[in-house]
Design a binder for this molecule. Structure first.
Ligand code: MN9
Length: 293
């Protein structure tokens, strides 16, 4: 059975500080309402690349405390400050997380030897699994099949969060490494990824809509392509509406409309305008009327 993970949304308050009460509510909503199998903590969706090491630790602490082993947790610790990545990996492992993930190092054009050293170094002293976070559109790093092979020679590297539309590569990776995990990373392309046999999916929109992602995965597992396409289309109407209105702000606004105090984004991301708030209210009504007062 494939697994559904929300890429955890993190509420920041008016001043851009982590809003703990709201974060706990988002975690609970994901477990109690969305019925996720797990949470991917500290990813792009958590605005992780905008915050300090201490704030990252605080988010890892709160997520761990609030879930109390009810669901799986993956801690994204990647940073081009390798020392920070190592410190965070050690921190979460000692806390009790058994899986870490790290984005491919970005900004500078690191060569593959440097990328490989980065991954091996983060986990060298730890007894923890590593999921590579591959998101070439944001990092510029395109790992080849041969490079995956070299990374996978390290038995602690357990798989990849594959956030790309390169389904040729996805199929090649699936076929060549049947025992390594693949989590699909683009919610709007869950159907093609699922049809190629991924082990699960990690997504920002699952904070709102994980139940549909589960329906889609189950339809694919049953071989019901007609149903799977129907669910992907329904889902993609929502995803288009969210993206058009500013993805993370709108996920937070819709959650707020559903009674989850998800607040704001961290600067330099903007606060939502009046118009964005109106649109988000309509999105909440249109797709989630059950949950709106
Ligand atoms: O974690 C998310 N990636 C980013 C995965 O936010 C960069 C996705 O869930 C996307 O937000 C989503 C919309 O494009 O598929």
């Amino acid at each position: 059975m494939s697994k559904i993970y929300s890429a955890l949304i993190v509420p920041y308050d008016e001043n851009g500080n982590i809003y703990e009460k709201g974060l706990r509510e988002v975690v609970r909503y994901n477990i109690d309402h969305n019925k996720v199998d797990g949470l991917y903590v500290g990813g792009s969706t958590g605005e992780n690349f905008l915050i300090s090491t201490e704030e990252k630790k605080k988010i890892f602490d709160i997520a761990f405390d609030e879930t109390e082993n009810e669901v799986d947790l993956i801690a994204q610790v990647g940073s081009i400050n390798l020392r920070e990545a190592k410190e965070l990996a050690k921190y979460v492992t000692e806390k009790g997380y058994n899986t870490v993930s790290a984005v491919t190092p970005y900004y500078y054009k690191f060569d593959f030897e440097e990328i490989k050293n980065y991954y091996f170094s983060i986990i060298e002293d730890l007894d923890t699994k590593m999921i590579i976070y591959a998101i070439p559109a944001l990092t510029g790093v395109n790992l080849s099949l041969e490079e995956f092979e070299e990374l996978y020679e390290n038995p602690k590297i357990a798989g990849v969060k594959f956030t790309s539309g390169d389904f040729f590569l996805l199929e090649r990776v699936r076929e060549k490494f049947p025992n390594k995990i693949i989590y699909s990373g683009f919610d709007e392309m869950l159907l093609p990824a699922a049809s190629l046999g991924v082990d699960g999916a990690i997504g920002s929109t699952f904070n709102l809509n994980a139940l549909k992602a589960r329906e889609l995965m189950e339809a694919v597992e049953k071989g019901d392509l007609t149903e799977a396409r129907k669910v992907q289309s329904q889902t993609n109407h929502l995803i288009s509406d969210l993206i058009d209105n500013g993805l993370y702000n709108t996920i937070k606004l819709v959650l707020t409309n559903l009674g989850v105090d998800a607040k704001y984004c961290r600067e330099p991301m903007k606060k939502p305008s009046q118009q964005q708030q109106e649109i988000a209210k309509n999105i909440a009504k249109k797709y989630f009327s059950d949950g709106v007062d």
